[in-house]
Design a protein around this ligand. Structure first.
Ligand SMILES: *Cc1c(COP(=O)(O)O)cnc(C)c1O
Length: 362
């Protein structure tokens, strides 16, 4: 069967060459005589894989020496608890920006552990923009400020890095990590569930400044304790071995292409075809404010729930899969992560034009 264009928000497309390499090495990895899935995580051959993955991530993202890279499990959602358990331990206060569903979940989870307030929100307009906040809006004794850098469901992203002064900025980058260069030094911590842009589900990557380690509460579960994971080089217990290996292949793919600057150019070009088309017509409506538009998740609606349904159904039959929007926005969402080729987006736009012509609104 032919491969489809998979617009899923996550788990999502992986580069075809990566999948092919996985297939090639599936049964026998190198000279090991076994699959990566079967090997001891303590074996020299696996040690090389995990160390190589970290080294590549550091190189591709330009992660400074004073940051640790942790390979964890439990998805980004587990970090919603891990972050306060590790970091909300000075004043016991943390400030959150609520700009979508995941940041709201992070905010609600953190409230269990201390004095947590929402300093900015975009809920007044169904999260169709990134709320702006200033340093003065943050409590001066907050232990950290939490933001979600790309809102997967609503299709918004930050185009600037909020200035939080000396207060560590913690960012959920699950759906935008590796899509463009970011200045890691502006963050205290970055985390991401891998299944959008890095690897299959099962791996969660944490990038954390060293001085933030060792501040955890006494009750912090061992498996959520950043210091313990860091001190054990992500091998306190069995790490998610296979997703880490796939992550390494994805990083090699990005590096071979020229790194994150090139990745960004490709992503900008891809998103532009779709947004340019959306701006050129009035059949489809793009609900997100222009200055907050995500490069990774593009949302649009026809304004008619029946037409939206018909669109998703016809698109699916033509091989544009998983284009139905999240129920909180309705309509459609095209998730166009790194692995989505330009042709996938260009073909989608052609289909959108055809659909609009064939289905005039009443
Ligand atoms: C998908 C996603 C999550 C949830 O990730 P899990 O790994 O399923 O817990 C959290 N935040 C963002 C921004 C996401 O895109």
């Amino acid at each position: 069967m032919k491969r489809v264009y998979n617009f899923s928000a996550g788990p999502s497309m992986l580069p075809l060459s990566v999948l092919e390499k996985c297939a090639e090495e599936m049964v026998c990895y190198g000279e090991s005589g076994m699959s990566v899935m079967e090997m001891s995580h303590r074996s020299p051959v696996y040690e090389e894989i995990i160390a190589g993955t970290e080294a590549l991530l550091r190189e591709v993202m330009n992660i400074p020496e004073n940051y640790k890279v942790l390979f964890m499990q439990g998805g980004a959602s587990t970090q919603f608890s891990a972050v306060p358990l590790n970091l909300m331990t000075g004043s016991g206060k943390a400030d959150y920006v609520v700009s979508g569903q995941f940041s709201k979940k992070a905010f609600q989870e953190a409230k269990k552990y201390g004095d947590v307030v929402c300093v900015a929100s975009s809920e007044d307009k169904n999260n169709s923009y990134i709320p702006v906040f200033k340093k003065e809006d943050i409590r001066p004794d907050a232990d950290y400020v939490h933001v979600c850098f790309n809102n997967t469901i609503y299709g918004t992203k930050y185009y600037y890095i909020p200035d939080t002064g000396d207060i560590p900025l913690v960012a959920d980058m699950s759906s935008c990590i590796l899509s463009e260069p970011v200045d890691v030094t502006k963050f205290g911590m970055i985390y991401a569930g891998a299944q959008k842009n890095m690897a299959p589900a099962g791996l969660t990557v944490v990038i954390i400044r060293e001085d933030l380690l060792g501040k955890e509460r006494d009750i912090t579960p061992v498996m959520l304790n950043y210091k313990i994971i860091a001190d054990n080089a992500s091998m306190y217990n069995t790490p998610p071995c296979y997703p880490i290996y796939v992550c390494k292949l994805v990083l090699e793919w990005i590096k071979d292409m020229g790194g994150l600057e090139v990745m960004k150019e490709k992503n900008v070009k891809k998103a532009k075809v779709l947004y340019d088309y959306l701006d050129s017509q009035d059949y489809y409506i793009a609900p997100v404010e222009k200055q907050s538009r995500s490069m990774m998740n593009v949302t649009f609606v026809t304004g008619d729930a029946d037409l939206d349904k018909k669109f998703a159904k016809e698109a699916d039959a033509l091989g544009f899969k998983n284009i139905k929007g999240h129920r909180s926005v309705g309509g459609m969402r095209a998730s166009i992560y790194n692995a989505m080729p330009y042709e996938g987006v260009a073909d989608l736009v052609e289909f959108m034009k055809k659909f609009a012509k064939e289905n005039p609104k009443g």
